[in-house]
Design a protein around this ligand. Sequence first.
Ligand code: SAM
Length: 202
Amino acid sequence: MPPQARSRMAEILLFASNFVRHPHMLGSIIPSSRFLVNQVLAPIDWEQARVIVEYGPGVGTLTGEILRRMRRDAHLVVIETNRDFVRFLRTSLQDPRLHVEHNSAAQVQAVLHRLGLPSASYIISGIPLGSMPEPVQADIAEKSRDALEHEGQFLVYQFTSRVLPVLQRSFRYVRRSFERRNLPPAKVFVCATQVPGGWDAS
Ligand SMILES: C[S@@+](CC[C@H](N)C(=O)[O-])C[C@H]1O[C@@H](n2cnc3c(N)ncnc32)[C@H](O)[C@@H]1O
């Protein structure tokens, strides 16, 4: 087996074995498909983005692609609660622009402050918000909004639409789309407090 296929297989096995132990924390048995990755990352203006945060990177399926696309002087902060994934990311992705934090998404502001970084241009969330109690969803949505710069965007992908009312309470603009080429098919929400360029403001 070629080395690239072998490392992809190791990622899938690590992910699936953690799904067996923590099904509610992961929400899916395999990492996101490249179709979903492309759709979630599509709104990002890579020239402008200086600080990007990712919640729940898992084995780094989006992380690697973000690093590939982002500026050489940008920072990527990934926040993950699962210790196995944190250890895996710290050894497999060696990039000076990457900060791997063993913490919860709810601590985003404290993490940025400790790293001495300004507000984020984008926060990308792959955590199963819809399976969390509503006050926890609301807390993470509000803290994410407050950790974003003025024109920042919160990019959320989920396997249900349960989180939608919470997102709509925290963000004035929420645009929905769907990616069926993923297991399971996923909903994608782009959330902002200022109308993003190219959107109809009505
Ligand atoms: C559906 S997996 C997504 C993994 C990867 N981003 C992908 O798309 O393939 C959800 C991830 O969120 C992590 N997670 C769950 N709750 C979290 C929280 N409150 N803060 C940070 N990470 C969390 C889980 O450990 C898991 O790695």
